[in-house]
Design a protein. Sequence first.
Length: 362
Amino acid sequence: MKKFLAILASTLMAVSLIGCGSDTSAGEPAAEPAAEPATQEAAPAAETSGDSDLSTKKVGVCIYQFSDNFMTLFRTELENYLISLGFAKENITIQDGANDQATQTGQIETFIADGVDVLIVNPVNSSSAATITDKVVEAGIPLVYINREPDADEEKRWEDNKWNVTYVGCDARQSGTMQGEIIADLGLDAIDFNGNGKVDYIMIEGDPENVDAQYRTEFSVKALEDAGLEVNCLSDQVGNWDQTQGQQLCANALGQFGNDVEVVFCNNDAMALGAKQAIADAGRTVGTDIYLVGVDALTEVCEDVLSGAITGTVFNDHIAQSHSAADAAVNFLTGAGNEYYIGCDYVKVTKDNAQSILDSLG
Ligand code: BGC
C-alpha cells in the first residue's frame, strides 16, 4: 500500500494536466510571446566603451538549469566559442539557476556587483525579463537573452529606449510545423492503425515558461490539419522538458489508450527519449504500430532516427544560437550594436538526413 501511494504521489507530481484541444489555459506561458521579431533595426551601443580587447572582458552567463540536456550543449558550445573569439576562460563565469528565479536573480545581482562587462541570460521565468532588464540596464551592462524569449512588450521597451539588449533564438512555430510535417508525410494510411480515419495522438509538452512549448504544441497539430488530416488528441500534458516525466506521461497514456495511440509528439528530445522507453515497455514498436517525434536533434536521438527507434526530430541549432549570442556580446562590447531580435532556422531531421546532421554535430 505504501509503495502504491508513493508511486501515485510521484505520478501526480510528474503529471500536470493540460488537456487536449485549443484551450491550453492551464499551460499558457505567463506572458504573451513576441509574435514577430521586434525589429531589424540595429541598437546603438550607447553605454559601451568600444574597446575590443576581449581577453580582459568579463562575461557572466546565467543558465536556467544545468541538468537540461539541450542547455548543456548550448553552454558548452558558448564557452568554447567565446574562448575562440579571444575571451579568457577565467573571465567567463557560468551560473546554474537551478530552475529557481530567485536564485538566478541573486546570481545576476552578484554579476552586476562584480562589474561584468556583458551578461548572457537564459531566464528561469521569461516573465521576469522586465525586472532583470531593469537591473542590468541600470548598471550600464549590455544584455543578451537566449532560449526563453521575453514577451513582445518587453522587446519593444528595448527598442523604444534604445537599450543594449537583444534576444537570440529560433522561432518555435517552425519546429512545431516540421514535427507535424514529418508525421503528415507518412500519409494517413500508414498512420491510421486503428482505422478510424483520424490521427490519434498524445502531446507531451515542455515547461510553459518557454514559449517553445506552446508553439511546438500548436503548430505540430496545425501542420497535420493543414495537410488535410483529421486529428484526435487523446492526451496533452506537461513533462517540463524532462526525460523521466516524459517517460511517465507516455506510459500513463499508453496504459489508458492502448493501441489507439498512433503518434507521440514530444516538445523536445529529452522527453522523446523517455517516451521511447515507455513505448518499448508497452511492447509497441516505433515505425510499425506507433510514431514518435521530438525536437533538438540530440546525438542519441539522431542515432535513434537512423535505426528507426524514433521517427524524426528537428535540429534546434545550439551551435548557431550560441555563436550568435557570443557574437552579439562582442558587438555590444566593440560598440557595433545589435538588432533587437537575432533569429535562427530549425532543420527537419528524418532517416534521410540524420547522418549528415550527426556529422555536422562533430
Ligand atoms: C529545447 C528544450 C529545452 C528548453 C529549455 C528548448 O528550446 O528544445 O530541449 O529543454 O529549450 O528552455
